[in-house]
Design a protein around this ligand. Structure first.
Ligand SMILES: O=P(O)(O)OP(=O)(O)OP(=O)(O)OC[C@H]1O[C@@H](n2cnc3c(O)ncnc32)[C@H](O)[C@@H]1O
Ligand SMILES: [Mg+2]
Length: 176
């Protein structure tokens, strides 16, 4: 069976891919691979976060037999003096095409921003703040800040729909 590869072992990201496959009833197996994002562990701009997603998607194709490589990346970005969590996704195919999609943004509380500016990763900071373990692998910061109304896999599932929808659009609705 053909394989779709996701460039992360993070369960929230893997779940988003699996939810897309279930929704579209696709005949893909899912392989999760640890690949380098090629950007910092804590991307600080949209540009860097998007680059991480694209690098991961391309690395998946190089490192596996997958016909589609997916990269999902979280980071932060600033508008004026407000700091938001941002999210980007990329889908790379065997034809060398790359599709990209942005995910939800949500403003970070100042307390968390201060700690990130001191050099700590959001994943660590949000665990401290909530007194929970591995928030980034579960509901995510977006899940915490929305009281579970939108979880990290919900958010990346939406990104996956935008990625796969474009892949279909530009490939003549391959599975319609
Ligand atoms: O194993 P990988 O795929 O790297 O998964 P990750 O949780 O580290 O996720 P990213 O590298 O995409 O995210 C970059 C940083 O931002 C953090 N981050 C981004 N979005 C987050 C969220 O919704 N909840 C918690 N941490 C988040 C994450 O923990 C990292 O410190
Ligand atoms: Mg990471």
């Amino acid at each position: 069976m053909v394989c779709i590869g996701i460039g992360s072992q993070n369960p929230a990201k893997i779940k988003a891919v699996e939810r897309l496959i279930a929704l579209k009833q696709l005949d893909y197996t899912v392989e999760s691979l640890s690949v380098p994002s090629g950007v910092s562990d804590q991307p600080m701009t949209d540009e860097e976060t998007l680059a991480g997603a694209v690098n991961r998607a391309e690395a998946v194709l190089q490192q596996s037999d997958a016909v589609i490589g997916i990269g999902l990346e979280g980071g932060i970005m600033e508008i004026g003096n407000q700091v938001f969590v941002c999210n980007w996704g990329a889908l790379a195919d065997k034809m060398g095409r790359i599709y990209t999609a942005g995910g939800a943004r949500i403003k970070l509380p100042d307390l968390l921003v201060t700690e990130i500016r001191e050099g700590r990763e959001l994943g660590v900071v949000i665990d401290d703040y909530t007194q929970k373990l591995n928030v980034r692998k579960k509901e995510g910061t977006v899940g915490i800040l929305t009281k579970g109304l939108v979880t990290r896999d919900d958010m990346f599932f939406h990104v996956m729909k935008i990625l796969y929808g474009q892949y279909q659009f530009y490939n003549g609705n391959a599975d319609e």
